[in-house]
Design a protein around this ligand. Sequence first.
Ligand code: CP
Length: 316
Amino acid sequence: MTVFAHKHLLGMGPLSVEEITLILDTAESLKAISERDIKKVPTLRGKSIVNFFYEPSTRTRTSFDVAAKRLSADTFSLSASTSSMVKGETLIDTARNLQAMRPDLIVLRHPSSGAPHMLSRVVKAGIINAGDGINEHPTQALLDLYTIREKLGRIRGLKVTIIGDISHSRVARSNIIGLTKMGAEVTVSGPPTMIPMGIEALGVQVVSDPAIAVRKKDVIMLLRIQLERQREVLFPSIKEYASFFGLSRKMLQRASKGAIVMHPGPLNRGVEISPDVADGPGSVILDQVANGVAVRMAVLYLLIGGAKGDHLDQGR
Ligand code: CP
């Protein structure tokens, strides 16, 4: 039996294949809770979780909040703009003050890469990285792995292409680590200015032309163009990016029959993905969001749920 012996979830690197599989299997058993009339079990009753989001978020923040509430944990939200950080309090002092209130977990999103790792060294609570700068977004990768397995029945041996701003994407980094670990074959594509040098060392193939990169692939994952993280112009114009790298229905026809289209959101419709593809039959974008709740329930449960296997059936 796989034991999940982690206090924090900071990135995909420390997770073994068995631990990732345990998270996905646990999410599968928890997903049904969200389909019921009464969407709540007492598994994490008495536990406290702080959602500390120092950057905007729709999906991740709501998803962690919903996941915690479905497991009966108490949740508290803090954002930079409504905290005393606007008065000059540092992240570490803020975290130490939060720690004084004895939360079991702090879910942190922060614009600086490495911020959750630093917090994990100064507070007693477990830390979940909900996206740190351009570094990692592990729960996004886990919900993407879950969605791929759910839709295509496996991960090992699948061919996955990730298109977009690979350099600035924490989603790409976490997915590359997770997908290669789980045995998928990963290709990345995008303007050369958006592909980090030496990325092949992570076990991926670089194919500059997206029309070639999608050929016979099982999964096409698009990334949002993150203008807010670019300090210089990395491509001539949005229009040019859209016409060359945007996934159109015509380009998608080159992928394998039954290929799925993924995007972590938020979407730039008409830029990295055409609206008809985003809403088309191969799109699993909203399934990713739904699965995010189940996967985050699994992560919360495995990190602070106590004895493995306890309570999962209560309330059914
Ligand atoms: N995928 C994702 O992280 O979306 P949010 O920024 O809305 O949380």
